[in-house]
Unconditional design. Structure first.
Length: 439
């Protein structure tokens, strides 16, 4: 497979000659890596992060934290990052650029507010279009000066702290990253921070649990108040050595490939009780007919055997993806190969992701002849006939759309994806990993 930058656009994906029987090594969890980088950058002392993943998102986080004074050395070959923290006092004035990364934008902005001097936070145009208003309102409520340069509630902004308040309320219906960002920064405040939700619902709640787990590894235990508030103690982070588990979302594409092709794929190191909500995709794969095995050594999926027509036939069902919404495009592609309707619910909020992840999968499924329709909080796929046909899929500058729809090419002739380079955001090695399934 050519280097990512040398791939043709659109990039063809040829069907597998035989179902795979493979062990796939995936990089460390991007979401965990970025949380651990923040905790280590705010800690007093030098931390070592083992098993870190390299992607555009993690590179964006490293660049921003360096801009705020942390010393970070990344050894890509060893998948290791060594971080000397700022002891809770980021440097300013500064300017930082979050590229396309939502986690970086939403974690670094409250961290920048700790600096006590103006810090300008900006990002690439697609990230500028994504909502930031709930977080900016929360920072203002804490006494941080927030100056928006463009559209209200969006980047770029300049924040000037430090925060003077010790309690804040933030909605949980747009992004759990707002809550996580406040928790991560709150640990560096001398008296800590109390974070309340102003809405009953918290989307992607397991990601907040992930944040709390990473914070605990660096010496900060977030407590649950009787009224549901999250109480972050003050005093700051302790330097630590921390091992990052494999990226569950990245693993999900390869495990889904096993289910779609009737093959077997094992991801070593992805534990049964993974911190990452995206690991729950294997429960969807099992419900659709795949066999799942999970133990302390890793996770394995074997797809159902192909039928007399040579096709794998998956089952349908209704799946609530509220907790692992990033997997919605992947479930949409799996649904195209099912014998029964598939409905995805609980993900209305993903219209505000890198692209509208409800409209985009529906549009692309229709492009390859699959009956699909949007709903208020998800979509419905009604497969039928001879299954999907080949098509050149638009990917909307969205890495998850590119990786999900490339999977169809493993079983359908004539598939290609536009802008294949967008997978660099989270998984630069994606197309190489697909080719490895052919061995």
């Amino acid at each position: 497979m050519p280097a990512l930058g040398d791939l043709p656009d659109p990039c063809p994906v040829a069907p597998l000659a035989a179902p795979p029987d493979a062990e796939a090594t995936v990089p460390g969890g991007r979401s965990i890596t970025n949380r651990a980088l923040v905790a280590a950058a705010l800690a007093d002392g030098t931390s070592v992060l083992e098993g870190v993943g390299t992607s555009d998102d993690t590179e964006a986080m490293v660049d921003c934290l360096r801009g705020l004074g942390a010393a970070i050395e990344v050894d890509e070959a060893a998948a290791r990052a060594t971080v000397t923290g700022v002891a809770g006092r980021p440097q300013g004035p500064a300017e930082v650029f979050a590229r396309l990364s939502g986690t970086t934008s939403r974690f670094v902005t409250p961290v920048a507010a700790l600096a006590g001097a103006p810090v300008r936070v900006d990002a690439a145009p697609p990230m500028r279009a994504r909502p930031m208003g709930d977080l900016l309102d929360a920072l203002r409520a804490l006494g941080v000066a927030v100056a928006e340069e463009g559209e209200a509630g969006h980047l770029p902004v300049t924040v000037t702290g430090p925060p003077s308040g010790r309690e804040v309320a933030v909605p949980g219906t747009t992004s759990s990253q707002f809550v996580s960002g406040l928790l991560l920064a709150g640990a560096a405040l001398p008296e800590g921070l109390v974070v309340r939700r102003s809405t009953e619902r918290l989307v992607s709640a397991p990601y907040v649990d992930m944040t709390r787990s990473v914070m605990a590894a660096f010496g900060v235990a977030v407590a649950d108040a009787p009224d549901g508030a999250l109480v972050v103690p003050g005093g700051g982070y302790r330097a630590a050595t921390y091992a990052v588990e494999p990226d569950a979302a990245t693993a999900g594409y390869l495990l889904a490939a096993a289910a779609m092709t009737g093959g077997r794929v094992r991801v070593p190191g992805l534990p049964p009780a993974a911190l990452q909500a995206d690991a729950a995709l294997v429960e969807v794969l099992a419900a659709m007919g795949a066999t799942v095995r999970r133990d302390a050594a890793g996770t394995e999926v074997t797809g159902p055997a192909p039928g007399a027509d040579g096709r794998v036939h998956l089952r349908g069902g209704t799946f609530d993806l509220t907790a692992f919404s990033d997997m919605a495009p992947t479930v949409a592609v799996l649904a195209a190969l099912a014998d029964e309707p598939v409905e995805v619910t609980g993900v209305g909020f993903i219209r505000g992701k890198e692209t509208d992840r409800i409209a985009a999968p529906v549009t692309e499924l229709r492009r390859c002849g699959v009956d699909a329709a949007e709903t208020d909080d998800g979509f419905v796929v009604r497969p039928g006939g001879d299954g999907p046909h080949g098509a050149t899929f638009s990917t909307y500058d969205d890495h998850r759309m590119a990786m999900s729809f490339a999977l169809l090419g493993l079983v359908v002739e004539g598939v290609a994806v536009r802008d294949p380079g967008c997978v660099a955001k989270t998984f630069p090695g994606f197309f190489t990993a697909l080719d490895d399934l052919r061995r």
